[in-house]
Design a protein around this ligand. Structure first.
Ligand SMILES: Nc1ncnc2c1ncn2[C@@H]1O[C@H](COP(=O)(O)OP(=O)(O)OP(=O)(O)O)[C@@H](O)[C@H]1O
Length: 709
């Protein structure tokens, strides 16, 4: 087995470990995926297993494909009969084989995203739940959390339980499963059918799991049923790269592996083959601040390299300018493996504009290009209708966005009316034909009234027009939930306001702005392999580049916040995201932040991310004065998150604006009061520490003075 020579001694020990549960836990770039792949090859080449005995699972199709390809390359032949794929693919294979055992019809359907959304909307309507109480998006997210056994879903409200129940009934009636159901039903199948469990355990004698830190409770249960009492389960992972808490991943799974599988061997890998020493040291210094982790040592095998740099920019355009100028220098020097990473998609827009300006080819992963994002396209369709009330495509796109009960029947009747009158569809809809229901006529009248009133502003400020549109049309309010995805969508809409403000400054009017946007979308479908990659931190997981820029390292953006101090677990998750981003770099790493940033259509002064203070002293800081003398940045959401009004007595008399004193932190100002039941928690800005702190109890606080009223 010549291929074992490609491994270092620690990797070789893991690859050739014998029977029983094994956890390989190691830092980024230490060759964990390599270990898993080589282990499969070794099991087969040594005759311990036949291909059909191997079940290797991971989280993305791409990762699974790469793993299978690597094994085949090592073995110089195809891997027939073994299973290398995602958890979902494995579950679906099982369900397709035994649908009747879990009450599914033989040819059950899989509801796609769009169908799920429509189903949830229907359910909310049937149950008479207004979107102000539970929006369809929040309901969908709650259903998913509930199905995935997320601990945050355990206390789901009665409302959510009722929605889940009805949604499930509807799905079943339609003979369909959704994505989450696949795993849940596969677990049910295995839990209830001892015979099948036995068959599978006899067949799959070796289980291997990559990215183990991202497993959710349902996936853990699936593994548990497959593994049996004497499992040959090999898990590889890194708790420092666990970044899918919002999808139900639980850190406990990797931290408590030895408790779940008693007698498990835990091995670590100490060499890092990816990043130069300064990058590794900087990343290690940051992640060391997390509490829920196993301490790890990583040695760089790639030599010294350039020092890590932190750049402070004046604002987001300046930041994009600095980054793109540096990218151009790197490309001129022959480096083409380059990525720019950010916490939320909305940050890509100024970068895209700058890259387009300089003709630098780029591609966006982890999301559609800014201008192609659904919420941005919806807003643009409204703008197009403002510019041209007969833009039929725009009309069709948004006449029922947000939902106002103008469905297929209404559209069909409008089409008929347009034909009889010989006018456009839009014109027919403005004439409110008698054939429509009174509700539809009312809704259409309101739709055109909104557009008319907005059109009166169309000659004025473009920025104000877009902001008013987002507010008055309800486009922004649709995403007023606490869900990660929705926060990103709201941020994208904010970015559209910024883009309008910039266009206005350049003297563009509404029609010329729309033309420019249309050309932008068409012009740059460039996807050359040597293009710069723009990606969210989440989507960059598992990738590596020579040069990495991490932008937007500011309080509120990383850690991502909407108005309140993150809980410890959230702060640690955000730190892990930064760690994942930093460790994508092989040779050069640059971190940037902007002293002011347009957010929510307004320019605000910002503070550098708290994580920047955790970098070691040898990191080069340029254009920085520390600590920032600027006023504290208080993020203001475009749409304020709904807050339950607490009972006045629960607030213990605390109010925002109160001056208080804490025995340890000194004097500060109350920014926020959170109350539930008898418990009161307050967010206080402490002058001495210069940061906001969420206090779990108000008991130690002394009130110095209170604001009037
Ligand atoms: N023994 C080795 N010799 C040379 N290169 C290696 C060795 N082991 C791993 N590498 C290289 O190091 C890089 C990281 O390996 P791999 O992706 O397997 O690491 P990982 O631990 O899964 O990383 P991450 O957790 O950050 O995604 C790859 O480019 C891989 O080819």
């Amino acid at each position: 087995m010549r291929f074992l020579e490609d491994l270092d001694p620690e990797q070789r020990e893991a690859v050739t470990y014998g029977e029983g549960p094994l956890l390989v836990v190691a830092g980024a770039g230490s060759g964990k995926t390599r270990v898993l792949t080589y282990r499969i090859a070794w099991l087969l080449a040594s005759g311990r297993a036949q291909p059909h005995n191997v079940l290797a699972v991971t989280f993305t199709n791409k990762a699974a494909r790469e793993m299978a390809e690597r094994v085949e390359k090592l073995l110089h032949g195809p891997l027939r009969g073994g299973f290398v794929g995602t958890f979902h693919r494995f579950a679906l294979t099982l369900l397709r084989q035994y649908p009747e055992k879990v009450g599914l019809p033989p040819r059950f359907a899989i509801a796609d995203e769009d169908e799920q959304r429509r189903l949830v909307e229907q359910v909310l309507k049937e149950l008479g739940i207004p979107s102000t109480q539970l929006s369809p998006r929040a309901a969908r997210a709650a259903i998913s959390r509930w199905k995935n056994g997320s601990s945050s879903a355990v206390s789901a409200s009665e409302l959510v339980s009722a929605v889940v129940e009805r949604y499930q009934e509807r799905l079943q009636a339609a003979g369909a499963v959704d994505f989450d159901d696949m795993l849940v039903l596969a677990v049910k199948l295995l839990a209830e059918d001892a015979g099948l469990r036995q068959i599978l355990r006899q067949r799959f004698t070796y289980l291997l799991v990559d990215e183990f830190q991202d497993t959710n409770p349902v996936q853990m249960e699936l593994l548990w049923h497959l593994a049996g009492p004497r499992p040959n389960l090999t898990a590889v992972g890194d708790e420092d790269q666990s970044i899918y808490r919002f999808r139900g991943a639980e850190l406990e799974h990797i931290l408590r592996f030895e408790h779940t599988y008693p007698g498990a061997k835990v091995l670590t890998l100490g060499n890092n083959y990816r990043s130069a020493e300064p990058i590794l040291k900087a990343a290690a210094a940051v992640i060391a601040h997390n509490t829920r982790r196993r301490p790890k040592l990583l040695r760089s095998c790639s030599g010294d390299g350039e020092p890590v740099r932190v750049l402070a920019a004046a604002d987001e355009s300046d930041e994009a300018g600095l980054v793109v100028a540096d990218i151009r220098r790197e490309r001129a020097a022959g480096r083409t493996s380059i990525a720019v990473l950010f916490r939320i998609n909305a940050l890509s827009r100024p970068l895209e504009a700058e890259l387009v300006r300089w003709g630098v080819p780029y591609r966006v992963v982890g999301g559609v290009r800014f201008w192609d994002r659904a919420e941005v396209r919806d807003a643009l369709a409204y703008l197009r209708l403002l510019a041209n009330p007969d833009d039929e495509l725009a009309f069709l796109r948004v006449v029922n966005v947000p939902a106002r009960g103008l469905g297929a029947v209404t559209l069909e009747r409008l089409r008929q009316a347009a034909q009889i009158w010989g006018c456009s569809l839009c014109e027919a809809s403005r004439r409110l034909p008698e054939t429509l229901t009174p509700r539809a006529r009312e809704a259409l009248a309101r739709f055109w009234e909104l557009l008319d009133s907005l059109r009166q502003q169309a000659g004025g400020s473009l920025r104000e027009l877009v902001a008013a549109l987002l507010e008055q049309s309800g486009l922004a309010a649709q995403y007023d939930t606490r869900e990660e995805e929705d926060r990103a969508r709201l941020a994208n809409l904010d970015q559209l306001v910024n883009a309008a403000a910039e266009a206005e400054q350049r003297g563009l009017t509404l029609p010329s702005f729309l033309d420019e946007v249309a050309l932008l979308s068409e012009a740059d479908a460039e996807t050359a392999p040597q293009s710069v990659l723009l990606s969210t931190l989440h989507a960059a997981k598992g990738l590596e580049f020579d040069v990495v820029y991490l932008v937007g390292l500011e309080e509120g953006l990383l850690p991502l916040m909407r108005g309140e101090e993150p809980e410890l677990a959230d702060e640690e998750e955000e730190r892990r995201l930064l760690y994942v981003g930093m460790t994508r770099a092989r040779k050069k790493l640059v971190l940037t932040w902007a002293r002011s940033r347009r957010l929510h259509g307004e320019t605000r002064t910002t503070r550098p991310s708290r994580f920047l203070a955790e970098l070691p002293p040898e990191v080069r800081r340029e254009g920085l004065t520390s600590p920032s003398p600027l006023p504290h940045w208080e993020p203001k959401p475009l749409v304020r998150p709904r807050q339950e009004a607490p009972a006045p007595e629960a607030r213990n008399g605390f109010r925002p604006g109160m001056k208080v004193e804490h025995p340890t932190f000194g004097r500060g100002v109350v920014l926020q009061v959170q109350a539930s039941g008898a418990q009161t928690r307050v967010v206080v800005f402490f002058d001495r520490a210069g940061k906001k702190t969420l206090l779990p109890s108000v008991a130690p606080l002394k009130v110095l003075s209170a604001p009037r009223g």
